[in-house]
Design a protein around this ligand. Structure first.
Ligand code: GDP
Ligand code: MG
Length: 439
């Protein structure tokens, strides 16, 4: 997903202003990117429609940074589609709060029951009971018991010979007697949705009247996740979703579809095999994840991509010929800005996180904007030929860009230093004080 979107955004970045045709092209890329991330096609269609409507509006077309604007819109719409706020568990006014886990085999129900028990123990000092309702595989009961032992959480089981409904009935009785504040019902899954399973789950639901029925889905299931979620929701009227296996580089396209198709909130995510690998779901974070921004790996990728080697070569040639002008300077500024906070990038280099003076390396976006405003107030001839900048021209530029002449002079001085430095670099010498270029 990331690659595609970043390619598309990159195309925009160079242009300055965009046309409606550019926006259409962008939407095509976004559509493909979401489909590649296994977001359901109907969801994608609605989504891109909403984004396009906003994107052809003035806020993008008139913007100097259309790529940023479109990313912002995509991000906002993704967040809205995923649901605005983190939704907590439905608590019962009287203990116990009963939570039933449902989902296909291998989705992560049993593991999640343990994770949730651990999470609530730590955060609320809860005293949960887990009920082993998967009687089809002896290993499933054993698995829950092992988890219970690890967490010091009691597990109610009656082996494999008793019906799950009966186990749940007796398990609940025990919970009332022992005054457990939460009960987690672990249920069986199948490889596919089938009638027998749904019937059994409906019976457990009718008996236990759970406060929450959480559908546990594996983030790595592709387009099929939507159908699965849809059938579970239709049959059981689920109250929430848990997306597991959101570790590694799974992008979570499934989460987006499931939310859109069922309309039910995603409450938690599983991020690893350990019982502590559980997080409350935050739509904005997931949106970032789907977009592929906001995590370190991506930041590194970005830095590598933004360092466009061809550009650098072009610049080097220009330097040698001494034709480096303000247009190139703007491009250079944009490249550095596009990489995100320079400080963060440098810190990621092993051994660099404790280097003194690192905090002074920060690039102030406002300062970059000011420099750009000054350059935009120059005539095309002045941008291409910096030697034209006489004092009277400088005064005009200062007035036009809303800056003082001192600031204009400072910017031009920095430009000249940058130019000199680039020349040194092309001769193979490491320039002194790289940071001065933008500071
Ligand atoms: P169930 O059949 O729905 O009860 O699924 P299980 O809880 O038995 O989980 C199936 C497999 O997925 C097990 O190997 C778990 O360790 C693994 N698993 C569950 N949740 C996660 C998760 O969030 N991340 C990863 N990497 N593995 C998970
Ligand atoms: Mg299980």
């Amino acid at each position: 997903l990331t690659d595609r979107l970043q390619q598309a955004f990159k195309g925009l970045k160079k242009k300055g202003k965009v046309t409606e045709a550019d926006v259409r092209e962008m939407m095509r890329e976004i559509r493909l990117a979401l489909l590649e991330a296994d977001v359901n096609f109907k969801v994608v269609k609605d989504f891109t429609k909403r984004v396009s409507e906003r994107a052809v509006g003035e806020e993008v077309l008139e913007s100097l940074t259309p790529d940023q604007q479109i990313i912002k819109i995509v991000n906002e719409e993704l967040t809205a589609t995923l649901g605005e706020e983190a939704v907590p568990l439905n608590k019962s006014p009287k203990i116990p709060t009963i939570v039933m886990m449902v989902g296909l085999q291998g989705a992560g129900k049993t593991t999640f029951a343990g994770k949730l028990a651990n999470f609530l123990k730590e955060n609320e000092k809860a005293r949960p009971l887990m009920i082993a309702g998967d009687v089809y595989r002896p290993a499933a009961i054993e698995q829950l018991k092992v988890i219970g032992q690890q967490l010091d959480v009691p597990v109610f089981d009656m082996g494999t010979e008793v019906s799950p409904v009966e186990i749940v009935r007796q398990g609940l009785e025990q919970a009332y007697q022992n005054k457990n504040d939460y009960v987690f019902i672990d249920t069986a899954g199948r490889l596919h949705v089938d009638e027998v399973l749904m019937d059994e789950l409906s019976q457990i639901k009718a008996l236990a009247q759970p406060n929450d029925i959480l559908l546990v889905v594996d983030a790595m299931t592709g387009q099929d996740a939507v159908n699965v979620a849809d059938s579970f929701n239709k049959q059981l009227d689920i109250t929430g979703v848990v997306v597991t296996k959101l570790d590694g580089d799974t992008r979570g396209g499934a989460a987006l579809s499931i939310r859109a198709v069922t309309g039910k909130p995603i409450k938690f995510v599983g991020t690893g095999e350990k019982l502590t690998d559980i997080e409350v779901f935050h739509p904005d974070r997931m949106a970032n994840r789907i977009l592929g921004m906001g995590d370190i790996l991506t930041l590194v990728e970005k830095a590598q991509k933004d360092y466009d080697e061809k550009k650098a070569e072009e610049l080097a040639t220009k330097m040698k010929e001494n034709t480096f002008d303000f247009n190139d300077f703007i491009e250079q500024l944009d490249q550095v800005m596009g990489m995100g906070p320079l400080e963060d990038l440098i810190k990621m280099i092993p051994g660099m996180n404790n280097v003194p003076g690192l905090d002074q390396l920060q690039i102030d976006p406002k300062d970059v904007e000011r420099k750009k405003a000054i350059i935009y107030s120059m005539t095309p001839a002045e941008r291409e030929n910096p030697d034209l900048l006489s004092p009277s021209r400088r005064r005009r530029i200062a007035a036009g860009s809303g800056n003082s002449v001192v600031e204009v002079n400072r910017m031009i001085k920095q430009f000249n230093e940058s130019r000199k430095m680039m020349q040194q670099m092309t001769k193979g010498k490491m320039p002194k004080g790289m940071d001065q270029m933008f500071g």
